[in-house]
Design a protein around this ligand. Structure first.
Ligand code: G3P
Length: 218
């Protein structure tokens, strides 16, 4: 399973890259706004800065909701760097845009996915990645992991190439469960990735090793 970090914060991206486990980055308009990035030129420059920090794919989301504008915006994003994946919302115009980008050889990430039906449409349109929002499904008392399992099963049976990118990950357990459910990629806040490190027995064991080493006089 690939690890993407879900942020537009350059320090966090650099820290995740430095860990040596990073395969890419996802962003969205909310994450860009959180970093105070606005205005077309600043947005494009920020995506370039992200691309310069990482080795893998970088998802950059279109703001438009009509086909023609999505194409124009997506083409400008794709020209920033070969790493850019154009992120497109799961709406009717978005499905058309994904098909168009796919036919041009431009990578896409279909976002705001909440059902298996939407997952089938995105795969048929040729999406590179599909982003089901686990945390937001859990928020309404449904089961986000069941959705990943269902999509994974359908994609395997049907032979779809679209990669399942588990998104809206909120904690380390989400990452473990998404891996178990068949996600190809997990995009996570840095804290959730770092949370995977934690185990009290590791801390206790290390403290004992170091204390014994000290006692031995070395
Ligand atoms: O990858 C999508 C993610 O950024 C949304 O997360 O926590 O706002 O549901 P959240």
């Amino acid at each position: 399973m690939k690890f993407f970090v879900d942020t537009a914060n350059l320090d966090q991206i650099a820290e995740a890259q430095d860990l040596g486990i990073l395969d890419g980055v996802t962003t969205n308009p909310s994450l860009m706004a959180k970093e105070g990035i606005s205005g077309e030129a600043n947005v494009l420059k920020h995506y370039k800065d992200i691309c310069n920090l990482v080795e893998g794919d970088v998802s950059a989301e279109v703001i438009s909701t009509d086909f023609e504008s999505m194409i124009k915006e997506g083409e400008a994003l794709a020209q920033i760097d070969d790493k850019i994946v154009v992120k497109v919302p799961m709406i009717k115009e978005g499905v058309k845009a994904i098909r168009w980008f796919s036919d041009q050889g431009i990578k896409t990430n279909c976002t705001l996915v909440f059902s298996a039906g939407q997952a089938i449409l995105a795969a048929k349109a040729g999406a590179t990645y599909l982003s089901p929002f686990i945390g937001r499904v859990d928020d309404i008392n449904w089961d986000g992991m069941e959705l990943i399992e269902q999509i994974s099963s359908i994609y395997t049976i049907q032979g779809f190439d679209t990669e399942i990118l588990a998104a809206s990950i909120r904690n380390p357990l989400h990452i473990v469960k998404a891996a178990e459910a068949g996600a190809d990629v997990c995009t996570c806040p840095l804290n959730s990735i770092l949370g995977l490190l934690n185990h009290p027995l590791t801390d206790i064991g290390l403290a004992k090793f170091l204390a014994d080493h000290k006692k031995s006089g070395n």
